[in-house]
Design a protein around this ligand. Sequence first.
Ligand code: BG6
Length: 515
Amino acid sequence: MATAQMTVSPEDLSKVPSNNERIPEPTVVVIFGASGDLTKRKLLPALYHLEQAGLLPKEFAIVGVARRPLGDEFAKDMRAGILEFGGVSEGDAHLDDFIKKVHYFPMNFDDGAAYGKLKSELDKIAKEHGIGNNRLFYLSVAPEYFAEIIDNLGAQGLAKPAQGSVRAVIEKPFGHDLESAKELNRQVNSVFAERQIFRIDHYLGKETVQNVLVFRFANGIFEPVWNRNYIDNIQITAAETLGVEGRGPFYEKAGALRDVVQNHVMELLSFVAMEPPMSFESQSVRLEKLKVWQAIPAIPMENVVRGQYGPGSIKGESVPGYRQEDRVDPESGTETYTALKLGIDNWRWAGVPFYIRAGKRLARRATEVTVQFKQPPSMIFNRGGSAGDCGEIQPNVITIRIQPDEGISLRFGAKVPSTQAMSVCPVTMDFDYAKAFGKSTANGYERLLLDAMIGDQTLFAHRDGVETTWALYTPILEHWAEKKPATFPNYAAGSWGPDCADELLKADGRTWRKL
Ligand code: BG6
């Protein structure tokens, strides 16, 4: 296929507004579960990127909290993480000063008395760095600790100090079904006001996910055709080559539907399907997202399939099946893949199927949204598929590549040069993020951490949204829990998933987009 690349000129880039007005107030960021992978791989590199960009206040400190007695080792380990995962070189100008702001406090999350000591330690560190009462608590812990930590923060008066702002960022999974999500919301809201709570979904930190809204609402030409009159179907794929990466016990209880679809994919779907919000402001955006989820009718069981990978090979290397992974039940019924069809019952989308697939150990890593348009009402070229080399004319497709190879492409038909025939072949116009804007080392947490410190909830999940998406998927999870599928494992690692996923689309006369 031919490709036309669109570019951005340096003059355009220089017009990007400065973000100086977004520097947060002096804050202590307190990370619970700081010895886990997320802190080293994502959070500290992201905070350091903010420091490099001049977006952190001078008076700033980070306190890691976890069980192990790490002492000074913690700051050293974080430094190593910034170098390894943040694309930062040794000797970088801000690194040594930044690391001086990194502290550690060991404690057990279930030790009520330790929270009093934590409070004194935070006050001491804050004083040392010239920070007042602003605190950002980041809960990067196993879900069973959420409620306990939050209750203890409340009991010690850490949630609502007399002056200053206190906010709590809560990592996913936010509950494991509707009831548990409601209970967690109740517990969290009994200590923190909703405006203090930041339920994080790292997909919303991705530039390409935010760009879905820009693509739709900052351009005049796409929105008029973004509806049931012009669109045939929409596919959302979240394909990973990774397996469970040593997270067997977590994944056994989660599975693909809970781990990725109920949160990441639904957030993405809401951006693709929502009505234009009144403004890019928290309340407006949240309301429009909620309206999309509320318009999705119950998903019939025949529209959902599940899969589990067996042994296979990824990039030429043999990999074990899911049941052979560390700390996974050798007869596990947990799904590592799911595909489903849902509808959105409103004026814009009635009758347009949304096909979703998400899975681990697939042939390629790719998160994409594919918007396939209807064919022209009457076809005067390539009739019957015989004319030209390209066969039948292909429908127009807009592909939004969330990751990797971030970008957007539009497929359309073009005349093949010839003095004899009117043959049509598909070509693409392609926007490539890296080519247009340069490669970025940001991991998505930069934006979300900054927003949380500032108090902007636009890119965070709201209580009602979380409960609405759980309400949609809980019946499916309950149905699945009743019976382990006899066919598992039903796809080989390194393949494109189980046959039942292809059959789901075949029944509608469609196929999954080849990735
Ligand atoms: C996490 C899931 O939330 O998202 C992981 O728990 C998954 O299982 C990851 O691998 C995918 O995120 P990304 O940014 O790599 O697509």
